[in-house]
Design a protein around this ligand. Structure first.
Ligand code: OKP
Ligand code: ZN
Length: 347
């Protein structure tokens, strides 16, 4: 399996996120991707390569130009507020919810931080833009490899992407790697592309991006948003809108769910994707469904990830895996490569 590795991922290294009124150490750390790369290499999954910088126009197929412009200069603006800010991550403090205006682009940097985000858990650091941009470039390269006939590929990047929307960051995500990849597949000539999100957390960004579109099917198996992040999206009654009605499938499961029930939910999602006649599959591969994950609530075990890979291979579609969450750092590499190896052995 081809592996597209973001060799600039460590330029994004948040120190603190806001959690219950305190700044706590970030869960989304560079070591996560390093463990996955180490496991990819030691098990000989396949050749590891980087990717050329994709032009911004490719990202603009998914993200708003003014959002990309904001992200690309956010760190410089943060430090310009006060030189001592260079020692602290940038986090938002204000948000324009309901009844506020979102058409006005305030001159104030803190005001724009809130306009373009939805939580205080996703710090911007000196290298966030560089890291996110290179990761999205890997997603572009991975999608192009499928267009050239590869059966499967793996985009090994962080920060993750599935919570990032058309013009907002949040949930540790800045550029939506999976959505960008799906769009590259569409623009490369495929008519019907499915995104299957198996991260513990609902992929609210990806859902919102494709919600009114009939050409990209979004399916997600995740912790019930009544109790789990991101709380405000991911319910079963969200089925798409307008031309996209029927092209969105949410399968929320209660905290504590184990592999048997989870596996059946993924089978239901794959069945819907097959019935919809998808031509290619993008898998938002979160490993935070693992029993040992510090911020999630399912109870999957290491070997279960081999079965997941096998089930995905049986769907028979060209498949691009995109790394998302998974915060049991020492185990995330083995669990990720279990999925990929299970897939490769059945593909
Ligand atoms: C990103 B991805 C922990 C609270 C949870 C946000 C979780 C983002 C998950 N302090 N904060 O989907 O794995
Ligand atoms: Zn997650």
């Amino acid at each position: 399996m081809l592996v597209f590795h973001n060799d600039r991922h460590a330029l994004h290294h948040g120190r603190h996120e806001m959690f219950r009124g305190q700044l706590v150490p970030c869960f989304e750390v560079p070591a996560r991707a390093d463990y996955v790369l180490q496991e990819v290499r030691s098990r000989g999954l396949g050749p590891v390569q980087g990717a050329p910088d994709a032009p911004l126009e490719v990202f603009e197929r998914i993200h708003a130009p003014r959002y990309l412009q904001f992200l690309s200069t956010a760190w410089q603006e943060w430090v310009a507020l006060d030189p001592s800010n260079a020692e602290r991550d940038a986090l938002p403090s204000y948000w324009p919810i309901r009844t506020f205006r979102s058409d006005v682009l305030p001159a104030s940097f803190p005001a724009r931080m809130g306009l373009f985000s939805y939580d205080a858990g996703s710090p911007i650091t000196a290298g966030t833009w560089e890291a996110a941009r290179q990761g999205a470039s890997c997603a572009v390269a991975g999608a192009r490899s499928l267009l050239q006939g590869e059966r499967c590929a793996f985009v090994l990047t962080r920060p993750p992407g599935h919570h990032a929307g058309h013009d907002f960051f949040g949930g540790y995500c800045f550029l939506n790697n999976g959505a960008i990849a799906a769009q590259v597949l569409r623009d490369g000539g495929l008519q019907r592309v499915a995104v299957l999100d198996i991260d513990y957390h609902h992929g609210n960004g990806t859902q919102a991006i494709f919600y009114e579109r009939a050409d990209v099917f979004f399916a997600s198996v995740h912790g019930d948003p009544h109790t789990e992040y991101p709380y405000y999206l991911g319910y079963a009654d969200e089925r798409g809108a307008g031309a996209g009605l029927g092209c969105n499938l949410n399968l929320p499961l209660p905290r504590g769910t184990g592999f048997d029930r989870w596996r059946q939910a993924m089978a239901d999602a794959l069945q819907a994707i097959a019935a919809w006649r998808a031509e290619a599959l993008v898998v938002s591969l979160g490993l935070d469904t693992f029993a040992g994950d510090p911020i999630a609530g399912f109870t999957l075990a290491g070997d279960d990830y081999l079965r997941i890979g096998e089930d995905l291979a049986a769907a028979g579609l060209p498949t691009l895996f995109v790394f998302e969450g998974g915060y049991a750092v020492a185990e995330v590499g083995v669990n990720a490569v279990n999925v990929l190896e299970g897939f490769a052995q059945r593909a």
